[in-house]
Design a protein around this ligand. Sequence first.
Ligand code: HPA
Length: 271
Amino acid sequence: MLQALKESVEYLKKKIGNFEPEVGIVLGTGLGGLVKEIAIEHSIMYSSIPNFPISTLEFHSGKLIFGTLKGKKVVAMQGRLHYYEGYSMQQITFPIRVLKALGIKHLFVSNAAGSLNAEFKKGDLMIISDHINLQPESPLRGLNDSELGPRFPDMSQPYQKSLIEAGLQIAKSENITCHKGIYVAVTGPNLETKAEYKYLRIIGGDAVGMSTVPEVIVANHMGLPVFAISVLTDEGFPEDLQPFNLEEILATAAIAEPKMTSILSQLISSL
Ligand code: HPA
């Protein structure tokens, strides 16, 4: 792992010269629009970076974008990797380790998720305050490299409290409906049954999705503070479950995108 990391970082440092990103951003569903706000200095294809996994969904479209967002130097991952695509947990999270090695001090993550909480409606945003991991494996399984982090990392506060509060405050001042809640990570790619949505609600989930948690575990392993936000694209309410409709989900995410972009960019500029 360390050797692979070193190769990727050396390659990227040659490309970006003295550009030192302070903030890493994983552009999940609902945050693609943030790229338009970045003054791009370097854009590097995943496929050209040694040891980087290439997305099966968007072959060739995965890119690392280096630039300035509201005065902050950022590196954004355009194109995220999911466990359901067939990668190992270590492959999915390798880019997060690379970003940390490039010097980022904060990680921002977005995703699309299904609401489990009857008060959280389709189109609302939810800042993640905690999570429940129902994915089958930890990205930290296997030999631990103590240069990267401890064998038994603490997870008592995986999402930075001050950023959660600041994010909620920004949402309030912008009149954006934004909740705080618990994200449950499942493997996918199939959606949940009614019985499963009911179960996820009973165990304490407010939203369910297929990403984010592996990246957050690895960030915590390395002591990297995290902020994560979901756009609630559908309602997993067992009493009135509608068949999953990808087009509708993407349309809902697109409507919420400017709200998400506004919160994230203000939060990043306030760091
Ligand atoms: N379940 C799992 N993942 C999702 C959902 C959902 O309802 N909506 C968006 N991603």
